[in-house]
Design a protein around this ligand. Structure first.
Ligand SMILES: *Cc1c(COP(=O)(O)O)cnc(C)c1O
Length: 402
């Protein structure tokens, strides 16, 4: 390792759960002259984006494209549908759910948090029980983080919808899919979601800086009476301008070129194949974690995330040391830890443009890093992952499940 050199050979391994590596084909699509966003050529590009993104959210309704990170789209989902003092029900799945709650408070909403130990996802039964108690329908929205990026817990959105319906509650269902969209099965229309929040830099394989609101008819109706102040985030102006293929202000034109290619790539592979690939890499990662003798942070298998695995180290061990050693020696980045287990876990992102060998390299970086960091572990994690991938491919070849 020439640690003093100014160049590192090969590509940096960006194994954090977003931003994710941007494929060369997308980078090339964005490396193009900036065009006039009011000119005739622009509408062709924008219409392709506005129509194409609907196929990723699986909706026939409008999807609003913001020039902002995911946090902006979080805010947009709330300010377009709610009014000051409205109660919203959230589930404390982890760091991102907590940040969204803080954002809601700053906007003048009254979020109520169903607590967890940060090792599970949102439990539909708890949501239903709370909504049944709310006889006066004071709760105006249920906000769920589909894939809690800080812990690797995936929540069952279709079941949350059923829970809201079972309680006969009129609350809107607002879902954050920033680290699951285009990596895990998601169906905005079929699952009856009112607002879905998405971002560009995770499963969509784009750089940061673009985010989305997919909306339902019920959400559009709520927008007509919502009183929270909004200008930049207003759906109304966007939807009106988008109808002709334009935006009320300058959109990120080069990102739209990239988005169109990202959507093409997802459909060329097939969305179901994309989801199966993420499931396979998540399972390979979990097998490596167990072979090392460690726990996956998420303790209930029904909440396992297909895109992120948090690796919990034994008490007294420092996961940040592992991350630093791996970066120093192998030029690989893993995600840091949050919350009650701060310092005890690191996160392996296995989402976006990743393949079997990327995952094996990501796991090898961790296994070698553990040894260099002097953290006691059992060898054989990478081997366990390879064995699983081989069996998965054999199963696919013979048509049998691995
Ligand atoms: C990344 C992320 C966010 C925040 O998005 P930014 O683009 O950083 O603003 C919110 N929610 C989830 C689940 C995320 O993974």
């Amino acid at each position: 390792m020439s640690k003093n050199a100014s160049r590192t050979a090969g590509r940096h391994f960006l194994q954090i759960p977003g931003p994710t590596p941007v494929p060369d084909r997308i980078l090339r699509a964005m490396d193009t002259p900036v065009i006039d966003h009011r000119g005739p050529g622009f509408a062709t590009v924008a219409k392709q984006s506005l129509e194409g993104i609907k196929t990723i959210f699986k909706t026939t309704n409008p999807v609003i494209i913001y020039t902002a990170t995911g946090t902006g789209a979080w805010e947009a989902a709330l300010v377009n549908t709610l009014s000051a003092g409205d109660k919203v029900l959230m589930v404390e799945t982890g760091q991102f759910a907590t940040l969204w709650k803080k954002l809601a408070e700053k906007l003048g909403l009254k979020p109520e948090l169903i607590p967890t130990d940060w090792r599970i996802g949102a439990d539909p039964a708890l949501v239903e029980a709370r909504l049944r108690e709310d006889k006066g329908h004071e709760i105006k929205a249920v906000c769920i983080v589909h894939n809690e990026t800080s812990t690797g817990a995936l929540s069952p959105i279709a079941e949350i919808r059923k829970a809201i319906d079972a309680a006969k509650h009129p609350a809107l269902l607002i879902v954050d899919t920033i680290s699951s969209l285009a990596s895990a099965d998601y169906r905005h229309d079929e699952w009856g979601v009112d607002v879905t929040v998405g971002g560009s830099q995770k499963g969509l394989m784009l750089p940061p800086g673009m985010s989305f609101n997919a909306v339902s008819d019920k959400a559009l109706k709520a927008a007509a009476t919502s009183k929270l102040p909004k200008s930049f985030w207003s759906w109304e102006d966007m939807i009106a301008a988008n109808k002709t293929g334009y935006f009320p202000y300058t959109p990120a034109t080069n990102m739209l070129h990239g988005l169109n290619v990202a959507i093409d790539m997802l459909h060329e592979e097939g969305l179901d194949n994309v989801f199966a690939r993420h499931d396979r890499h998540a399972e390979a990662t979990r097998r490596a974690v167990r072979a090392w003798g460690f726990e996956v942070l998420v303790k209930d298998a029904k909440y396992f995330s297909p895109t992120i695995t948090a690796v919990l180290l034994p008490e007294g061990q420092n996961a940040d040391k592992l991350r630093a050693v791996a970066l120093d020696n192998f030029d690989i980045s893993y995600g840091l830890s949050f919350g009650p287990f701060f310092g005890r876990f690191f996160r392996i992102g296995h989402l976006g443009d990743t393949n079997d060998l990327t995952i094996i390299a990501a796991l090898a970086g961790a296994e070698m890093g553990l040894e260099l960091a002097g953290i006691p572990f059992k060898k054989g994690g990478v081997q366990a992952a390879m064995d699983y991938l081989v069996s998965a491919h054999q199963g696919a070849a013979t048509g049998k499940a691995a």
